[in-house]
Design a protein. Structure first.
Length: 292
C-alpha cells in the first residue's frame, strides 16, 4: 500500500517496499524555546533556517506546528506554510490539536499534505476527518481514544480499525490513513517499546497500512538518548514502520543504513550519497562553530 503526498513540486511515496521517509520535526515549538520566541516575535528567518537545515539532512516531508500559548495560531499557520513552501518543494505535515488551525493550514498548503493528527476520540474523528476529506489530504491516525492510550497491542489495533472505518465511511482511501502505534518512554515502562513493536506487527499483518512513529519519545528520561533512539528505530523499520516524525540530523544515517540492510538500496547508492553529504554538513557546521 502506498501513501502519496505532494508538495509544491515534489511527490513523496510512503510504502513498505520504498525507502523509509523522514518527516522533519524541528518546526514545532514544543520544548524549543528559541522557536517559540521566534514565532511569538514574528521572526520568520529562524523558521527558514530550520526548514533549510532539515532538507539538507534528508527530510522529505516537513512537519509544521505553531502551537505557542497566546499566539493566534489560525493567523500564523498559513504564514508559516507559505514561508516553508516558498523555499521547499516537499510536502508538509500540518500539526495541530486545533481543528481551526488545521483548516487554515490546509487552505494554504499546496499539493496533498499530511494532517497530524486524528485519533479514536469521537471529537477528533468528527472534527478532523471531514477536513481531510474536503482537502483530499492524508492523515496520521493515533491509536488512542476517549479512554486514553491502550495498554496492549491488541487494543491499539482495535482503535486503528475504528479510525480506518470512520475514514472509509467518509470516502477517505485506506492508503491515505497512516497509523501511529504510539511510542512511550521505556524510562517509565520497560515494556513500552515492545508493545509499540507488537502493534506495528499487528497493523502490518491485519491492515497493511503505512505506519508512522514519533521515535524519539522512546528515550525520554534516559541517558544517551541517541543510542536508544537509533536502536528502537532500526527495530521498528524492520518490523514494518514506513515513516517517522524525527530529527534527520540525528537519525538520518540510521535510516539510510536500515534501508540498505533491508535491500531497499541497490548498490548502496543512497547510503553512500547520504554519507558523503552528511560529512560535508558536519564539516561545515564545525567550521561555523569554530568561527564563533
Amino acid at each position: 500500500m502506498h501513501t502519496i503526498l505532494k508538495g509544491k513540486a515534489r511527490e513523496v511515496t510512503i510504502g513498505i517496499d520504498r525507502p523509509f521517509v523522514m518527516i522533519g520535526e524541528k518546526i514545532n515549538p514544543t520544548g524549543r524555546k528559541k522557536l517559540a520566541a521566534a514565532l511569538a516575535e514574528g521572526n520568520l528567518e529562524y523558521v527558514r533556517q530550520l526548514a533549510e537545515n532539515q532538507l539538507a539532512w534528508g527530510a522529505e516531508v516537513l512537519d509544521v506546528n505553531v502551537g505557542v500559548p497566546g499566539l493566534d495560531e489560525v493567523a500564523v499557520m498559513p504564514k508559516i506554510v507559505e514561508l516553508v513552501t516558498s523555499i521547499a518543494d516537499v510536502p508538509l505535515c500540518l500539526d495541530s490539536g486545533n481543528v481551526e488551525v488545521l483548516a487554515a493550514g490546509l487552505k494554504a498548503a499546496p499539493g496533498k499534505p499530511l494532517v497530524n493528527s486524528v485519533s479514536g476520540e469521537q471529537k477528533r474523528l468528527e472534527g478532523v476527518l471531514p477536513l481531510v476529506k474536503e482537502h483530499a489530504a492524508a492523515v496520521i491516525g493515533l491509536t488512542m481514544d476517549d479512554r486514553g492510550i491502550p495498554a496492549t497491542a491488541e487494543e491499539r489495533l482495535a482503535v486503528a480499525e475504528r479510525i480506518l472505518e470512520a475514514a472509509a465511511r467518509l470516502g477517505i482511501p485506506e492508503a491515505d490513513v497512516i497509523i501511529d502505534p504510539l511510542v512511550l518512554t521505556v524510562g517509565s515502562d520497560s515494556r513500552a517499546a515492545l508493545i509499540t513493536l507488537q502493534t506495528i506487527d499487528l497493523l502490518r499483518r491485519n491492515f497493511g497500512v503505512n505506519i508512522n512513529l514519533g521515535a524519539s519519545n522512546v528515550s525520554f528520561g534516559l541517558p544517551d538518548r541517541p543510542t536508544v533512539n537509533q536502536a528502537f528505530l532500526t527495530l521498528a523499520i524492520q518490523m514494518g514502520a514506513t515513516c517517522s516524525i524525527t530529527d534527520p540530523a540525528k537519525l538520518g544515517t540510521t535510516v539510510k543504513a536500515a534501508d540498505l540492510l533491508l535491500g531497499r538500496d541497490e548498490n548502496s547508492l543512497r547510503y553512500l550519497k547520504y554519507f558523503r553529504a552528511a560529512e560535508k554538513l558536519r564539516q561545515a557546521e564545525a567550521e561555523k562553530a569554530a568561527e564563533k
